[in-house]
Design a protein around this ligand. Structure first.
Ligand code: F6P
Length: 532
């Protein structure tokens, strides 16, 4: 494949785009002209309803976008993913996270199931006090030490599903190498009641290594004797030898297979903090929700395939409408970490300028993704969405039924309805705009595209589906753009340079030895001076 721009559909779409770029075009007229527009341009799977009617789309355009997917071999690529083929081409291995939700897809079915059973038995041991800390203290605090995919997914899901199981264990997440992250987390905790989970696929990530060493030091400083320190650690990794060298006992190590990418790993033992927090039954529900989206992705027609539709719209906007970023705005405080989670999923997967064959891509690829919760975002960045010069498509995410803990009485239900009306009114305002009654400063051009994903309710099953929806959307974009969604070579240079620069922090002479540019060397020297 030579990239999407060599397809017939691409040329036709380029032509099509002109009608939506015309100054006469109004999104609202598409609704005026067709009372069934919502029915035509919405699709539902299980608890998720995707309304994509507020987009630059008509029947002809949709059909051309679907042609593009065909001409870029999206259906074959989907089958390859589920078959466990080596779709991670630069690392020559599968990206088979779907097997974590349906182990029968994998030749390692027994190991996947065994791992889930080990997770379950670990959780009950922690819960019933069989797994205890120094001097038989029961574990009351669990701290996950990990970063990127070994942090964002577990932290996001644990936050979203808070209250689904009433565990007595408090879960914390420490990711940043900034010592204040671990220090502030440890403050006031009792060492003998604290268990650390070291989550690191590679077990070489500097941030996690440093935090794990600090955790060990803290346990010793707090009086845990050196023989008992290992009772306070478990680890999840693909690098078993390094974990053993760190001092974690073999029975406390959960393996992570190399075919599970970091940002696709919350379904594996990396999800242990989630399972500890919501219980194993609910964790299996999360997997079941994702599996249900997987089946939809694999089996449903492209014309109603949610991940395919979402991906095609993003391709459409980045290719022909000069869109350089998109926003995700969950109208749910429980989903406050979703934008950060999706940032890694999107930008590590799609931030590539070289195609699978090693050539420079001829089209735009991954756009920047950003956002925060609504309604908070309305009082910060939405001004730019309404009146800025950039055209930034938005994914609104709303939840129809509030969580039972949040629906205390009729008044609370009304507050939830305020939340929903805020969400729906923003997509309306973005589309409609207004003429500002002749005042240029109050003029909103409108015509801004958005999707709304309306979830029935937020529970482990629906959240599993939502996450899998975005995972697959990203994959489809990568297939159309002909890039590998499963590597992240771009982050390596910075990691290596940081190790080199670290050695310069010993003395001014060491800084000079590195023959650095004057900006970098002076920044180091000033930092050192200010530490004296
Ligand atoms: O640096 C990027 C990255 O490799 C991510 O892809 C990954 O999720 C994160 O670092 C953490 O990696 P690990 O789980 O190996 O510590």
């Amino acid at each position: 494949m030579n990239g999407p721009s060599s397809t017939k559909a691409w040329t036709a779409l380029q032509d099509q785009s002109k009608k939506f770029q015309s100054s006469k075009f109004r999104l609202t007229r598409l609704f005026d002209a067709d009372s069934s527009r919502f029915d035509k341009f919405s699709a539902q799977h299980g608890e998720l309803l995707l309304d994509y009617s507020k987009n630059y789309l008509d029947d002809e355009t949709k059909s051309l976008l679907l042609d593009l997917a065909e001409q870029c071999s999206v259906p074959q690529a989907i089958r390859s993913m589920f078959a466990g083929e080596a779709i991670n081409t630069t690392e020559n291995r599968p990206a088979h996270h779907v097997a974590l939700r349906n182990s029968s897809l994998s030749s390692q079915q027994a190991e996947i199931e065994n791992n889930l059973n080990r997770m379950a038995s670990f959780i009950s041991k922690v819960e019933n006090g069989e797994l205890s800390g120094f001097e038989n203290s029961s574990i009351k605090q669990v701290i996950n030490l990990g970063i990127g995919g070994s942090d964002l997914g577990p932290a996001m899901v644990t936050t979203a599903l808070d209250g689904f199981d009433h565990t007595r264990i408090k879960i914390h997440f420490v990711s940043n190498i900034d010592p204040s992250h671990i220090n502030s987390t440890l403050m006031g905790l009792s060492a003998e009641e604290t268990l650390f989970i070291i989550s690191s696929k590679s077990f070489t990530t500097l941030e996690t290594q440093q935090n794990a060493l600090r955790a060990k030091q803290w346990l010793l400083e707090s009086g845990v004797d050196s023989e008992s320190v290992s009772n306070h650690f478990i680890a999840i990794s693909n690098n078993i030898q390094a974990v053993v060298n760190f001092g974690v006992r073999a029975e406390n190590i959960f393996p992570l297979w190399d075919w599970v990418g970091g940002r696709y790993s919350l379904w594996s033992a990396i999800g242990l903090p989630i399972a500890l927090s919501i219980g194993m039954g609910n964790f299996r529900e999360l997997l079941a929700g994702a599996k249900s989206m997987d089946e939809h992705f694999l089996e449903s027609e492209m014309t109603e395939n949610l991940p395919v539709l979402l991906a095609l719209l993003t391709v459409w906007y980045t290719a022909f409408f000069n869109c350089h970023s998109s926003v995700v705005a969950p109208y749910s405080q429980r989903l406050k970490l979703l934008p950060s989670y999706l940032q890694q999923l999107y930008m590590e997967s799609l931030g590539k300028f070289v195609d699978k064959q090693g050539n420079l891509t001829q089209t735009n690829t991954g756009e920047a993704l950003w956002g925060t919760t609504g309604s908070n975002g309305q009082h910060s960045y939405f001004q730019l969405l309404h009146q800025g010069k950039e055209n930034i498509p938005v994914d609104f995410i709303a939840i129809a039924k509030p969580h039972v803990n949040d629906f205390i009485n009729q008044e609370q239900l009304k507050q939830h309805q305020h939340l929903l009306s805020n969400c729906f009114s923003q997509s309306l305002a973005l589309m409609n705009g207004n003429d500002g009654d002749g005042d240029q400063h109050r003029w909103l051009v409108g015509n801004k595209p958005s999707n709304t994903i309306l979830m029935n309710t937020l529970n482990p099953h629906s959240l599993g589906s939502l996450i899998a929806l975005y995972e697959h959307k990203v994959y489809v974009q990568s297939v159309i753009w002909n890039i590998n969604a499963f590597d992240q070579w771009g982050v390596e240079l910075g990691k290596n340079l940081s190790k080199e620069l670290f050695t310069a922090f010993s003395s001014a002479a060491d800084v000079d030895k590195q023959d650095l540019d004057s900006s970098t060397s002076n920044l180091i020297k000033h930092s050192m001076d200010w530490n004296e």
